[in-house]
Design a protein around this ligand. Structure first.
Ligand SMILES: Cc1ncc(COP(=O)(O)O)c(C=O)c1O
Length: 218
């Protein structure tokens, strides 16, 4: 396919080719030892208890919404500037995404001031996007979530290993979601991750990612 502007310009070399070849030679192409090792290293990098890998950032967001038991009658506040998967993940659960504006032309992340305006009796969660790798104002957003007893999902698709004030993107709220799509900072082709410090969210996400099969041995 010929694109006028490339979707991404991947910088892969011999190490990556060798790693792919090793997987091919192992005869185990789906979730296996390599994924388990990647999960462990990613969790260590972020300093988080659980990293659960899935097939896309969209799937990660879907599982995060499901694990928080977001459903019909619920509203989830999402930024108006993002990829559509951020909002669709709540729709998949029957909930209504409610769009909050971004802060300004200089801060493309969701505005805490506008989040407050969008809260209703039905609001269950806020999904924050760390747009373009810049972290949203998590101090203000956590304060709002605490005041109104709301869950926080971090869509950190653009922000693996981004940090602000010593806190890593994806680890500040209840659950963080990453994408490893080919135009992302850490591309595997297709892929995503759910990260959390909450054992119950991790257990639900781990179960739902593979039809209830949680105890795979490699
Ligand atoms: C902010 C954001 N969230 C979620 C996604 C979805 O990730 P994926 O393409 O891996 O499903 C993307 C992908 O472009 C994104 O930019």
């Amino acid at each position: 396919m010929h694109w006028k502007v490339c979707l991404s310009d991947l910088d892969y070399g011999k190490r990556e080719q060798d790693a792919v070849e090793a997987v091919l030679k192992s005869n185990w192409l789906t979730m296996g030892a390599t994924v388990a090792r990647f999960e462990q290293r990613f969790a260590t990098l972020l300093g988080v208890r659980h990293a659960i890998f899935v097939n896309s950032g969209t799937a990660a967001l879907h599982l995060a919404n499901r694990a928080l038991e977001i459903g019909p009658d619920d509203e989830v506040i999402v930024p108006s500037l993002t990829f559509v998967a951020t909002a669709n993940a709540s729709l998949y659960c029957g909930a209504m995404p409610v769009f909050a504006d971004i802060t300004s032309e200089d801060d493309l992340n969701i505005s805490p001031v506008d989040i407050r305006r969008r809260i209703t009796d039905r609001t269950k969660a806020i999904t924050v996007v760390h747009f373009g790798g810049y972290m949203a104002n998590m101090d203000a957003i956590c304060r709002i979530a605490n005041e109104h007893n709301l869950a926080i999902i971090e869509d950190a698709a653009h922000a693996p290993a981004a940090s602000l004030h010593g806190k890593m993107a994806g680890t500040v709220g209840d659950v963080g979601c990453f994408s490893f799509f080919s135009n992302k900072n850490l591309p595997t082709g297709e892929g995503g991750a759910v990260v959390t410090n909450d054992d119950s969210i991790a257990e639900k996400a781990r179960s739902m990612r593979s039809h209830g099969m949680t105890s795979l041995t490699y």
